[in-house]
Design a protein around this ligand. Structure first.
Ligand code: SF4
Length: 193
């Protein structure tokens, strides 16, 4: 086997030669582009439209650009115009697309009965009724009007609320408003924990 066959297939050597030929001395441009790479087109270039949004995952609120094609989300990138994040997203924010498009995403109410071993589907109306019944019953049982010295408390320690980071601002606002109106004290969001 000659020198050419032995050493030329080495990626680093091929890259060095290509760098010289392409005038790409840092080896970060044309020299490292394969023909397959040249055939690729970013999803951001073929989108029908771009919609400004905010990352749903945490309280930082990084700006996002949502690329839409054929009414489907095809890519989500950081928004360079955001004064909060200036185009950057952390790994979680950069993976936001799967929140919308992942085939494993749950789209039905799932319920596991006490002592049950399996999950079952519930229709939304039934689930909402069950939650409302339990909230009302718990509040009724645990609401405290005054403390033992007669000072007004008007609270329940029997209900706590924990929001998830995929709740948006409006949902969090309504949950906080509802919780406070019920007399709940422990109202928290995963993004602050
Ligand atoms: S999860 Fe990451 S990208 Fe999203 S708002 Fe928080 S820091 Fe920004």
């Amino acid at each position: 086997m000659g020198l050419r066959e032995t050493f030329l297939p080495w990626p680093v050597l091929r890259q060095a030669i290509a760098s010289v030929r392409a005038g790409d001395r840092s080896g970060r441009g044309a020299a490292v582009r394969s023909r397959a790479t040249d055939r690729l087109t970013p999803r951001t270039e073929t989108a029908d439209r771009v919609v400004g949004s905010v990352c749903p995952y945490c309280a930082v609120g990084c700006g996002q650009l949502v690329y839409v094609k054929d009414e489907q989300v095809v890519q989500i990138e950081g928004d360079p115009a955001s004064p909060v994040s200036r185009g950057r997203l952390c790994p979680k924010g950069a993976a936001t697309k799967q929140l919308v498009t992942n085939p494993l995403r749950e789209t039905k109410v799932r319920y596991r009965r006490p002592y049950g071993k399996d999950w079952e589907d519930l229709d939304l109306g039934t689930a909402m009724e069950m939650i409302a019944d339990r909230v009302i019953a718990t509040r009724r049982e645990t609401f405290v009007e005054n403390d033992d010295r007669g000072r007004r408390l008007r609270r329940t320690m029997g209900i706590a609320m924990l929001g998830g980071a995929t709740l948006d601002n409006e949902e969090n606002y309504l949950i906080k408003k509802l919780g406070t109106a019920l007399g709940a004290v422990q109202i928290e969001n995963q993004a602050r924990i």
